[in-house]
Design a protein around this ligand. Structure first.
Ligand SMILES: *[C@@H]1O[C@H](CO)[C@@H](O)[C@H](O)[C@H]1NC(C)=O
Ligand SMILES: *[C@@H]1O[C@H](CO)[C@@H](O)[C@H](O)[C@H]1NC(C)=O
Ligand SMILES: *[C@@H]1O[C@H](CO)[C@@H](O)[C@H](O)[C@H]1NC(C)=O
Ligand SMILES: *[C@@H]1O[C@H](CO)[C@@H](O)[C@H](O)[C@H]1NC(C)=O
Ligand SMILES: *[C@@H]1O[C@H](CO)[C@@H](O)[C@H](O)[C@H]1NC(C)=O
Ligand SMILES: *[C@@H]1O[C@H](CO)[C@@H](O)[C@H](O)[C@H]1NC(C)=O
Ligand SMILES: *[C@@H]1O[C@H](CO)[C@@H](O)[C@H](O)[C@H]1NC(C)=O
Ligand SMILES: *[C@@H]1O[C@H](CO)[C@@H](O)[C@H](O)[C@H]1NC(C)=O
Ligand SMILES: *[C@@H]1O[C@H](CO)[C@@H](O)[C@H](O)[C@H]1NC(C)=O
Ligand SMILES: *[C@@H]1O[C@H](CO)[C@@H](O)[C@H](O)[C@H]1NC(C)=O
Ligand SMILES: *[C@@H]1O[C@H](CO)[C@@H](O)[C@H](O)[C@H]1NC(C)=O
Ligand SMILES: *[C@@H]1O[C@H](CO)[C@@H](O)[C@H](O)[C@H]1NC(C)=O
Length: 692
């Protein structure tokens, strides 16, 4: 499960020459990190950067990237977006040195959140003609930061590892790019028959990657096969033609720390990316959602870090996976590189397997439809792995377990954007969370962040602006169903950032919604993705007209008003809010003293209607309605991944000649062993298939 045995936040490294650290990207076995790599000289170099909440510092390369963009590409983008400002009632030339610093957050929620994130970003992208014409296209170009969590991290990673293409090209492909291919199910890309030749090839390749990693002595977990499955869709090396072959590495060997070499990054065209993952407290048996206490980590192209006051440290990402003691590796050649596989980083953030089991009742929800003995076996295997990572062989080291960034309730990856030293003025929420029973957001994520900021992170982070205080109020005020600006009127400049909230919501024209799909839907007919995309795009550029079902022709201007607003107080003399922008704010700002009402949003349809019912897979058809569709997908995912892992661990054990019988028995009780053997047969894995 969920546990990602990521690296000890104490690990280290060496001054390796770039060329010996860069793995090739030729084979799926390039997924294996390099171990026993020469470390940097610890007498002159540290892999750990320590700071304090009172004196936070950013990684110098992050600071340099963000600041140089602010004066170049971002400045040009603001001017391109707002023009001279006269349409808003401002003179933009006075703001040239004080353009607000903008960050964007894309939350988790599987393929729904990924598609929502992509389609919404497209509506904010100046490269899209319709978005540009609406006035919303341009916000993406002025953003300094882009954070992703879980499904949101897939969009983020995919944009980078495909060199920041336009979003329709990224998602649908264009002849050069292969697209996301979401019609090929994540877990069984050749369809429901897991024994089909192509699925067998696929599992073989996945397992080959994971085994190559296990062979280095580094722990593997269910996050590894999951990471590999994601890579086939969101990285850039899998076409439909070669999907089931070993002719490409399918993204193995592409490292998160390689992002600075990507051309679009070098040209400073992209925001600075940050992925959020939670940690599971060591020795906790936490199998449910986490409390707010555990440290939240962020992974940048330079380091894995946390600005939470209790940690306030970062570690060189290149050497992630190295075991450090007091900042030093065990010896001069005990370093690890290549651990930060792009797929693994995206998989870690999205590894929420510890949350989908109901441990209180020792069952998987709905699993009984498959017969209770299988169910018990799987629950056992999963529980076992979740609870006792130490039972994995080779795990003498103290691994930091990173899990889905939403596990503490903060489904929106806000944390890094509120870090004081980042000095953000505007935070855009690309809110594709599924909170309520119809898979719409209801404020749960923002409320969790607000609470964490105001209790645990007072010394290190900015505070959240006023928002409705319960999910019921998010619903009653309607703010979760239309663009809303929070924090329009701080008492003092800098009291909190402006939060621009762009939620996944029913189409404003009253159409049936197709974008509120379940988190565990693991495939989408291309036609569904297409309709999903258009619906979200239209909502994003339209804003809303109170008591009507028509777009707001002023929404683009209103979004610009919100984005630029903080600049007014940074110039001398300060500039008053223009009357155009004041009118916008009357409509789009949330005023706690005078809250809006959901009744201003008539004829919104909340219930999902499948636009491509014929696209239902057999198992979904068998299980029937939506509820069971969800459950079916979850079970499928878990079952297949458990089988893969079961097979892998069984193989590892069997292969280890020094293994004691007692230990073998401990690891595999009868059920587990049976399961593992079954999976071995199923995947026709033999020692021959194992790379040497
Ligand atoms: C990581 O450490 C190596 C060796 O000291 C160094 O060359 C590299 O610049 C560091 N990377 C970052 C992002 O700090
Ligand atoms: C803050 O940290 C920087 C380095 O990160 C250091 O140079 C500076 O002296 C520190 N300031 C204080 C007041 O501790
Ligand atoms: C960017 O501009 C600001 C304000 O003009 C200046 O203080 C800063 O040094 C500039 N940064 C870079 C990297 O040029
Ligand atoms: C905008 O401000 C600049 C000085 O910052 C001034 O030169 C220019 O005339 C102003 N434009 C308008 C239309 O007021
Ligand atoms: C903008 O995006 C929409 C929605 O995906 C798409 O239909 C349209 O073709 C795009 N326009 C351009 C000019 O890229
Ligand atoms: C895929 O992306 C990587 C990393 O950006 C790049 O080095 C490589 O050339 C790309 N490969 C293809 C086939 O586009
Ligand atoms: C596909 O999109 C990429 C990225 O924008 C671009 O470099 C490439 O030329 C496009 N290919 C085609 C065939 O349009
Ligand atoms: C790719 O390699 C793995 C490991 O050898 C194997 O299981 C799988 O069947 C191979 N795929 C193809 C298409 O040969
Ligand atoms: C976790 O579970 C194990 C085995 O069930 C038990 O021995 C241990 O005491 C538990 N730890 C905590 C902190 O509850
Ligand atoms: C920080 O540490 C203190 C005491 O060690 C603990 O009470 C608190 O919960 C920790 N806070 C976080 C955010 O982990
Ligand atoms: C260095 O440490 C690694 C990992 O702990 C170990 O495998 C290796 O044998 C050690 N090398 C030496 C020379 O002690
Ligand atoms: C809001 O979402 C949370 C999280 O899914 C859920 O537990 C709660 O019941 C929802 N509340 C309302 C009023 O929809």
């Amino acid at each position: 499960m969920s546990t990602l045995f990521l690296l000890a936040l104490g690990s280290v490294l060496r001054t390796v020459l770039a060329q010996d650290t860069l793995p090739s990207q030729q084979s799926v076995t390039d997924y294996a990190p390099s171990v026993n790599v020469e470390c940097p000289d610890f007498s002159t170099t540290s892999l750990i950067r320590v700071f304090s909440p009172q004196n936070q510092s950013l990684h110098p390369e992050e600071a340099a990237y963000v600041s140089s963009r602010q004066n170049t590409t971002i400045k040009a983008a603001w001017n391109d977006w707002l023009g001279d400002g006269s349409a808003l009632g401002y003179n933009v030339s006075v703001f040239q040195q004080v353009f607000p610093k903008v960050g964007m957050a894309i939350p988790g929620g599987g393929l729904r959140a990924a598609q929502y994130g992509a389609a919404c970003l497209n509506g904010l992208d100046a490269r899209n003609g319709s978005a540009k014409a609406a006035g919303t296209g341009g916000l993406l170009q002025v953003a300094s930061y882009l954070t992703g969590l879980s499904g949101g991290s897939w969009v983020t990673g995919s944009l980078f590892f495909n060199n920041w293409p336009t979003i329709p090209e990224l998602v649908f492909g264009n002849g050069t790019l292969d697209g996301w291919k979401l019609d090929l199910p994540l877990v069984s890309p050749d369809g429901d028959d897991v024994f089909s030749t192509d699925n067998q090839y696929f599992y073989g390749s996945i397992l080959w990657s994971v085994i190559s990693k296990a062979n280095t002595g580094i722990d593997t977990s269910i996050t590894d096969p999951w990471a590999r499955m994601i890579s086939y869709h969101f990285l850039n090396q899998s076409s439909r033609q070669d999907f089931f072959t070993n002719s490409t590495a399918h993204g193995a060997g592409q490292l998160w720390s390689d992002i600075p070499q990507i051309p679009a990054f070098q040209q400073k065209l992209t925001p600075f990316p940050l992925i959020v993952a939670d940690s599971r407290p060591a020795n906790s048996n936490s199998t449910t959602a986490l409390s707010p206490d555990p440290i939240v980590y962020e992974i940048s192209p330079f380091e894995i870090a946390s600005y939470d006051p209790n940690l306030s440290a970062g570690m060189n990402l290149t050497y992630a996976g190295t075991h450090l003691t007091n900042g030093k590796a065990d010896n001069g050649s005990a370093c690890v590189t290549g651990f930060d596989q792009a797929g693994f980083i995206m998989g870690s953030s999205a590894s929420l397997f510890n949350q989908i089991f109901d441990f209180a009742h020792n069952t998987l929800q709905g699993f009984n439809s498959f017969g209770s003995s299988d169910s018990n076996t799987l629950v056992y295997v999963l529980q076992r792995q979740l609870r006792s990572p130490d039972t994995f062989e080779d795990s003498a080291a103290t691994w930091l377990q990173l899990i889905d960034g939403s596990s503490n309730g903060e489904n929106v990856p806000y944390g890094p954007l509120f870090v004081r030293s980042r000095e953000l003025d505007v935070i855009v929420t690309i809110e594709g969370s599924a909170d309520d029973p119809n898979n719409w957001p209801n404020g749960t994520g923002p409320l969790a962040t607000q609470s964490r900021l105001s209790t645990l992170l007072l010394s290190s982070h900015q505070q959240f602006p006023p928002i409705p205080q319960t999910a019921a109020d998010w619903i009653a005020t309607g703010v979760r169903q239309r663009a809303t600006f929070f924090g329009c009127n701080p008492q003092t400049p800098g009291e909190y950032p402006m939060v621009i909230y762009l939620p996944n919501a029913p189409p404003i024209n009253g159409d049936n919604p197709v974008a509120n799909t379940a988190t565990f839907d693991l495939s989408y007919p291309t036609e569904h993705t297409q309709i999903f995309f258009n619906q979200v795009f239209t909502n994003t550029i339209s804003g809303f007209t109170p008591n009507a079902n028509t777009p707001d022709p002023n929404f683009g201007k209103c979004l610009q008003c919100a984005a630029i607003d903080r600049a007014r107080s940074k110039v001398t003399p300060t500039v008053d809010r223009s009357s155009i922008c004041s009118q916008c704010f009357d409509q789009y700002c949330y005023d706690p003293a005078n809250p809006p009402s959901q009744s201003e949003l008539p004829n919104r349809k909340l219930i999902f209607v499948d636009p491509t019912p014929e696209g239902l897979s057999k198992i979904e058809g068998f299980l029937g309605d939506n509820k069971f569709k969800l459950v079916g997908a979850v079970i499928g995912l878990i079952a297949f991944i458990a089988l893969l892992c079961g097979g892998l661990f069984w193989w590892k054990k069997r292969r280890d000649k020094q293994m004691q019988y007692t230990q073998v028995r401990n690891f595999h009780d009868d059920d587990t062993e049976g399961l593992a053997r079954k999976s071995m047969n199923r995947y026709q894995l033999s020692d021959d298939a194992v790379p040497s």
